[in-house]
Design a binder for this molecule. Structure first.
Ligand code: C2E
Ligand code: CA
Ligand code: CA
Length: 560
């Protein structure tokens, strides 16, 4: 009898397998369900398979080998038919059927049915691969955000992640590592991180996802966090280089969040990201989430969202803090300091400047302040009031702005302000990459005739040797420096004295800021620092009040 290729069972199997939502597990289930009936239709006595699937995505979906019996009615196995299918990536599937007697037609039908089934499996496999890709990071084999959400959101919803912590992780200076050692090595570090995380967690409910670039999010049992941080703190890798292999140490910055009974998947993501933002803001390298950080994050977002409109509607005001020469109590300069006046409330610069610095809008504000100061100076000059040299703060983030010196000069020229009335305060920068940019900017600014001062000198990063290469006109001794010196040992005072002497000898002017007491004034005068700025004389003043100081050169002398 001619075997019917399209038996009812085969038709049903094809229909069931064609459903678009099928995945690998469904294929296995359907084959197990329908094969006996198909084999029976073909009048086979047994049917079995042998399979080998190579690993597709590195560690994920690792390969498998196996064999099994799909149907066996115990009948005679006089004849054996084989159908073997090989995949391009080196895998294969072999289907073996046995029959009681030789029958070429039966063999043909068997092979056709096997071919049909295999091509259907193949289609589903490639769909599965696509599905796998949609949840996997192809470089590292970790999950991607989609996979992380799909895996963990349901678990968090059922309270299964109660004993877990989440970690947002980023590699410090990854861009630099990539540039210096090459992308291949950069990729290797990312892969190695995933491997080591998996080793650490074993089968112990550890999840890792790469969100893009060098950003990862992890979830693991709370008790494993110390092991994780220890692993990260001692992370070293062997890198391949043109001049041979070299070991480097990799540094990480992490935000950690310990889940509570109520934590949702959103909390798991948001809180570790928030802690990471705090780490980036300078809180440390491994920062644990605390509720106030969410407020900080809301504040950050609010600042960034409202800033463009605020600058348009001139909500930023410039306050002026006098610089006073102690010997004759004359105001010899002023520093322009920015305030944000929002809904009648004054927001201090520390509440918005670091945010603008981090997210790149600070240059708008700094140039706005340049313009405001230039306009004020013009007004004083037009009114016949003698202004004082005014200093402006330029953020180190502004170094990236092209033609910054030109831009400042253009604004100042628009108001026809003599350049020697303008002083630019720059803080010492600490990356070697930035230093040449700083030097260039200083030279350009000096070329335009602006005075340069080094702000916050003594706050940690500045060095005396750097003074030589920078050729600044003025150094401003940091408030903390003075505070420490006046409160502590005589040794510290000696150091400060020598610093001031040396700066004077280099023909650089010196000013002390943050001066609050007459003791401090006396001490500074004694060591040769005559000009001071601080609450002792005045706080930063709104324009109207500052005008009064300008109008009366004897103001401080009269006050005694
Ligand atoms: P800074 O440049 O070091 O400015 C000196 C800060 O010390 C000012 O804080 C000033 O009000 C404060 N200060 C002055 N004398 C005393 C004192 O005797 N005691 C105490 N405790 N503090 C004193 P302010 O105005 O809050 O500014 C903070 C920082 O914000 C500034 O530090 C500067 O880094 C930044 N900033 C302010 N305006 C601007 C700006 O327009 N652009 C940029 N890039 N940064 C600015
Ligand atoms: Ca300053
Ligand atoms: Ca300062």
């Amino acid at each position: 009898m001619k075997k019917q290729i399209m038996s009812e069972s085969l038709k049903k199997l094809i229909c069931a397998m064609s459903a678009p939502e099928n995945c690998r597990e469904d294929v296995m289930r359907l084959l197990a369900e329908y094969t006996p009936a198909i084999a029976e239709d073909l009048e086979l006595t047994s049917m079995s398979y042998e399979v080998s699937v190579p690993a597709t995505f590195g560690a994920v979906g690792s390969g498998m080998k196996g064999s099994g019996v799909m149907f066996d009615n115990g009948g005679s196995r006089a004849v054996e038919y084989k159908s073997r299918f090989e995949t391009r990536n080196g895998g294969y599937l072999e289907l073996i059927g046995t029959s009681a007697a030789e029958d070429p037609e039966q063999e043909d039908t068997f092979k056709t049915v096997c071919g049909l089934t295999f091509s259907l499996c193949g289609k589903i496999n490639s769909v599965s691969d696509l599905l796998m890709l949609s949840v996997t990071d192809s470089l590292t084999g970790a999950m991607n955000m989609n996979g992380f959400r799909k895996t963990l959101a349901p678990q968090a919803g059922r309270g299964l992640l109660r004993g877990h912590a989440s970690v947002f992780l980023n590699i410090k200076n990854f861009k630099y590592i990539n540039q210096k050692t090459g992308m291949v090595n950069g990729d290797m570090i990312l892969k190695e991180l995933v491997v080591r995380f998996r080793e650490l967690c074993g089968d112990n409910e550890g999840y890792i996802a790469r969100l893009g670039a060098d950003n990862f999010v992890l979830a693991l049992k709370k008790e494993q966090v110390p092991e994780l941080t220890a692993m990260l703190r001692s992370f070293r890798v062997e890198l391949k280089g043109a001049e041979g292999d070299a070991e480097i140490k990799v540094y990480f910055r992490c935000g950690l969040y310990y889940m509570t009974d109520e934590s949702t998947f959103e909390d798991l993501m948001n809180c570790c990201t928030c802690a990471y933002a705090a780490a980036r803001g300078g809180k440390g390298d491994f920062v644990r989430y605390e509720p106030y950080m969410t407020e900080d994050e809301h504040h950050t977002k609010k600042v960034l969202v409202t800033f463009p409109e605020a600058i348009k509607s001139r909500e930023f005001q410039v306050y002026y803090q006098p610089k006073v020469r102690c010997s004759d109590k004359k105001m010899v300069g002023a520093e322009a300091l920015c305030r944000w006046v929002k809904d009648g409330r004054i927001i201090p610069p520390m509440d918005f400047i670091p945010i603008l610095e981090r997210f790149g809008n600070i240059s708008h504000l700094d140039l706005y302040v340049v313009e405001t100061v230039a306009r004020d100076l013009r007004e004083w000059l037009d009114k016949g009031i003698t202004p004082v040299r005014t200093s402006l703060n330029i953020s180190r983030r502004d170094l990236a702005i092209t033609n910054l010196a030109n831009k400042i000069s253009e604004i100042v020229d628009k108001y026809e302000i003599p350049h020697e009335l303008i002083e630019i305060e720059l803080t010492e920068t600490y990356t070697t990459e930035e230093f040449p940019m700083l030097l260039r900017l200083i030279n350009e600014l000096k070329g335009f005739g602006f005075r340069i001062s080094i702000d916050d000198f003594g706050s940690g990063y500045s060095t005396l040797t750097m003074l030589k290469s920078i050729r600044a006109d003025i150094i401003k001794l940091d408030r903390a420096f003075i505070k420490d010196m006046t409160e502590s040992s005589s040794e510290d005072r000696i150091i400060l004295k020598h610093v001031v002497h040396m700066v004077n000898e280099l023909d650089i002017d010196v000013i002390a800021e943050g001066i609050e007491t007459s003791d401090q004034v006396g001490f500074l005068n004694g060591i040769g620092c005559d000009v001071v700025q601080g609450y002792y004389y005045d706080k930063p003043l709104p324009r109207a009040e500052f005008d009064e100081r300008l109008a009366d050169p004897e103001w401080y002398a009269k006050r005694g």
